[in-house]
Design a protein around this ligand. Structure first.
Ligand SMILES: *Cc1c(COP(=O)(O)O)cnc(C)c1O
Length: 370
């Protein structure tokens, strides 16, 4: 069976070279006679895997010394709670509302502190990132969603938050291009879009935000569960309990693959080429159109519509598009129900050939249906 080009928003494609390597090592990892899935997380064979994964994150993202790299569970969604649980001190945080995921982060944070939504692009249907140059006030932290998976927007210039720690959800753009880690207090990302299979969440946190009895912010309330303290995981090298061993192993292989390509500069260049090619096609098409304002466009998630105005007719054509695309091995192109239309997610692992194949398909579809 031929492999398809999978444009899913997540879980999504993994690099074929990574899957092949994992397959070759599946039954007998480096002469141990065991699969990575079967071995103790404290074994001699496993330890170098998690250590190498951390070292590669540090190297590829140029993570400063005063940050910890954690491999946690619970997805980005658990970080929506863990961040306020661990950072609430004065009791107030600033959020920018850029769509569904930031909305969920806001709802969860409200359980632990007062949330000020200091900017929102809701009135524009979330089709752009609001202009926020500066965030100031008596806040424990400020939170943004770096790439908005559903609506296809991304921050191009970060707000200046001064001494307020800037926290970001980078689930759908982590390692897709260079990012200055030193600008953030915490970066978190569920792995299943750009890094690994589901099950592991990457958290990069500045050490002064990891609270314990000796930290500048003081200890956390007793009521915070052990598993939900960053301190617990930082102290134990993400081995307080059994980590998601196999997902971390695949992440390590993905990071090796990114390094071989030339790191985040190189992958960023490829991603800009892929997305650029696709937006260019959408711009010149008389049948399809992008939904997001030019200055806010994501490199990873690209929603698009047809120019058909009649809603029923448009829905019919959208359905036809998705079915016909699937028949030629271009799968998961249905748009999110909130945006409608179609969406192509072109994460790191999507080869440029996949984007070219999609554009070719769309040119033909346009010819046959315009
Ligand atoms: C997918 C996604 C999430 C949810 O991640 P889980 O790991 O499923 O909890 C959160 N934020 C963004 C930006 C996402 O794309």
């Amino acid at each position: 069976m031929n492999r398809v080009y999978n444009f899913s928003a997540g879980p999504s494609m993994l690099p074929e070279a990574v899957l092949e390597k994992a397959a070759a090592e599946l039954l007998n990892y480096q002469g141990t006679g065991q699969s990575v899935m079967e071995m103790s997380h404290r074994s001699k064979a496993y330890k170098p895997i998690i250590e190498k994964a951390e070292a590669l994150v540090r190297e590829l993202m140029n993570v400063p010394e005063n940050y910890s790299v954690l491999f946690l569970q619970g997805g980005a969604s658990l970080q929506f709670a863990m961040v306020p649980m661990n950072l609430a001190k004065k009791g107030k945080a600033a959020f920018v509302d850029t769509g569904v995921w930031s909305g969920k982060a806001i709802q969860e944070a409200k359980k632990y502190l007062t949330v000020d939504v200091i900017a929102s692009s809701k009135a524009d249907g979330y089709n752009r990132i609001p202009k926020v140059e500066k965030i100031s006030g008596d806040y424990d932290y400020a939170h943004i969603t770096l790439n908005n998976t559903i609506v296809g927007t991304a921050w191009k210039t970060l707000p200046n938050t001064g001494d307020i720690p800037l926290i970001c959800d980078a689930s759908s753009c982590i390692l897709s291009e260079p990012l200055d880690v030193s600008k953030f207090g915490i970066i978190y990302a569920g792995a299943q879009k750009n890094l690994a299979p589901a099950g592991v969440t990457l958290v990069i946190i500045r050490n002064d935000l990891i609270r314990n009895a000796d930290s500048p912010l003081g200890d956390l309330p007793e009521s915070v569960p052990t598993m939900l303290r960053y301190d617990t995981h930082a102290k134990q090298g993400s081995m307080y309990n059994t980590p998601p061993c196999y997902s971390i192993y695949i992440m390590k292989l993905v990071l090796d693959w990114i390094k071989e390509l030339g790191g985040t500069e190189a992958i960023g260049k490829i991603n800009r080429e892929k997305a650029g090619m696709f937006y260019d096609y959408l711009e010149q098409s008389a049948f399809f159109k992008p939904t997001v304002e030019q200055d806010s466009r994501s490199l990873m998630n690209i929603p698009f519509l047809t120019v058909i105005k009649d809603e029923e007719k448009a829905a019919e054509i959208n359905k036809k598009f998705v079915v016909e695309a699937e028949a030629v091995g271009l799968v998961n192109l249905a748009g999110h129900r909130l945006v409608g239309g179609m969406r192509a997610s072109v994460y790191n692992a999507m080869p440029i050939e996949g984007v070219k194949a999609l554009i070719e398909f769309m040119k033909n579809f346009e010819k046959n249906n315009a």
